[in-house]
Design a protein. Structure first.
Lengths: 232, 299
């Protein structure tokens, strides 16, 4: 079942740069999809449009039946409550511990107090950090910090997990562990995962659906299990 | 229900944030204290000027001298005629005998001269004392009274009254402009100091946006924080106002320089003025922080 669709999407920034040009693509529900491409290929713009940080100049983006490009600014938060977003730089609150960082995502949207604790514990357990609930980010390794960020992204049980180079700051072993974790979430929870990466080893090993971008165009759309000949 | 949960969290976070960013909070509070002290002073001055002018207005009287040819019937009719003129608040009759007695009580020189006068010799005139509703129209009212047949002449302190009216009008306008300017200045200072605290929490705001907090939910803790800073900042000016004004009032015995300028009694005036200062502090803190956080909420 189709979950994400880009119909003729073009994104031109105010300075005239065209980041995405007439892009058409489709991602299935429950899919694990890598977005690959060189610098300036439009990967980041593509996912920013998914969570409506950017609006397409032309075309249509449909996410779970919702026309994201038609969404009013005042309603963007409703879309984001259905998403989990993970970044390369973790974006944790340095003065809050693991539990507080994960709970923050629920508190910020006004979740019921009695629901917060079980949901946080479940998410933290899923990312394997139950023993570090009271630790602060500065006492955690890069991989552990990224796990906290993933726990925060999944705590509200999103339908889509968007990961913008989540392994960019990690060594190869740690990177693989993080992707394994994302794969586990994808399988266990049925969450659709869209992950931007530069890491060929990961893409080669996982043999998932891969969308390759080049200079803002769709270069190739590799189905799951297809051989990836190059990383652009 | 979600609204109340967000409100509860915002209040808790706002208090936490005031403590966590103590130095910046103190900077904001100091700004608020200084400007609200000036606002408080302006309120006291404005209210006292207003009070003084309205007291003075109450005392302003048109004196209409009744012609010596008028008989009792004319005098009674005159009262009705004066009352028929618009802008007349009250009309009081004083005959020349009464005026003579009052003047004799006032001054010994009058006493010596006037005690010899009998009814026939008394050269004073019967008068009507007229108070008006709108002091600005006193000239027109006086002219209308002067045109009545049995009136010889009228006096109401022409010139001086017109000047006073102008002075009061200017003083009132200047005070109002000063209060508004000070409130805007306070807001500007609060916006800038709160911008600093918000800048230091950019990351927190960006995470809130990403996890799907509504703009209202993001803004609220900062708005509550602004209200708390405004409230705390207003306490010192309020304290100074209550004790300072009371001390000033007692020191001058309720009169400033001369008996004519009477100060407003400290209570309950100072409580109302304090409430105004607290409300200004809270509202300005709220609006200032709301404005400061707006920049980070653009999608």
């Amino acid at each position: 079942m189709e979950f994400i669709r880009f119909n003729g999407v073009t994104k031109q920034y105010k300075n005239g740069v065209v980041a995405i040009y007439d892009l058409n693509l489709s991602i299935e529900k429950g899919d694990f999809c890598f977005i690959i491409g060189g610098s300036g290929s439009g990967k980041s713009t593509l996912i920013k449009m998914l969570y409506r940080e950017e609006k397409p100049t032309r075309g249509e983006i449909i996410l779970g039946g919702l026309k994201v490009n038609k969404l009013r600014n005042s309603n963007v938060y409703k879309l984001r409550r259905r998403l989990g977003i993970v970044f390369q730089d973790y974006r944790l609150l340095p003065k809050s511990n693991v539990y507080e960082n994960v709970a923050f995502a629920l508190e910020a949207i006004g979740a019921k107090k009695k629901d917060i604790r079980p949901k946080v514990l479940k998410a933290v357990e899923l990312v394997g950090l139950k023993s570090k609930l009271r630790d602060y980010p500065e006492n955690l390794s890069g991989g552990e910090q990224q796990r906290v960020a993933i726990a925060r992204a999944i705590v509200n049980e999103p339908k889509l997990l968007i990961c913008d180079e989540p392994t960019g700051n990690l060594d190869p072993n740690m990177s693989m562990e993080i992707v394994d974790l994302l794969e586990e979430i994808n399988k266990k929870e049925g969450t659709t995962v869209v992950m931007v990466t530069h890491d060929k080893a990961i893409v080669d090993k996982k043999k998932k659906h891969v969308i390759a971008l080049k200079e803002g165009h769709l270069y190739k759309d590799y189905k799951e299990g297809e051989y990836i000949d190059e990383i652009l | 229900m979600r609204f109340f949960r967000i409100l509860g969290r915002s209040i808790r976070d706002a208090f936490k944030s005031v403590g966590r960013n103590l130095s910046l909070s103190l900077a904001s509070i100091s700004c608020i204290i200084i400007t609200l002290i000036i606002v408080a002073l302006s309120i006291i001055v404005t209210y006292n000027v207003d009070n003084f002018s309205s007291e003075l207005k109450k005392d302003l009287t048109i004196v209409a001298f009744v012609s010596n040819d008028a008989d009792n019937f004319d005098v009674d009719k005159l009262k009705l005629d004066i009352e028929d003129i618009g802008n007349v608040a009250s009309v009081t009759y004083k005959d020349k005998k009464e005026i003579k007695e009052e003047m004799m009580k006032e001054d010994e020189a009058f006493l010596n001269v006037m005690k010899e006068w009998d009814e026939e010799e008394n050269p004073l005139q019967n008068t009507y004392l007229i108070k008006v509703d709108d002091i600005e129209k006193i000239g027109e009212t006086a002219t209308a009274i002067n045109n009545l047949d049995a009136i010889d002449t009228v006096k109401y302190g022409e010139g001086m009254v017109d000047q006073l009216v102008t002075v009061f009008k200017v003083a009132q306008r200047v005070s109002i402009v000063a209060v508004i300017a000070l409130i805007l200045m306070t807001m500007f200072l609060i916006v800038n100091t709160i911008k600093l605290t918000i800048f230091s929490r950019k990351r927190e705001i960006s995470i809130m946006r990403l996890v799907g907090a509504s703009n209202f939910g993001i803004k609220l803790p900062f708005v509550v924080e602004g209200m708390i800073l405004g409230f705390i900042g207003s306490l010192v000016p309020v304290g100074l106002m209550i004790y300072g004004y009371k001390a000033l009032y007692d020191y001058f015995g309720g009169r400033l320089f001369t008996d004519i300028i009477r100060l407003v009694k400290p209570f309950p005036f100072i409580y109302y003025a304090s409430a105004i200062v607290v409300v200004i502090g809270i509202v300005v803190g709220m609006l200032g922080s709301g404005r400061a956080v707006r920049k980070y909420l653009k999608v």
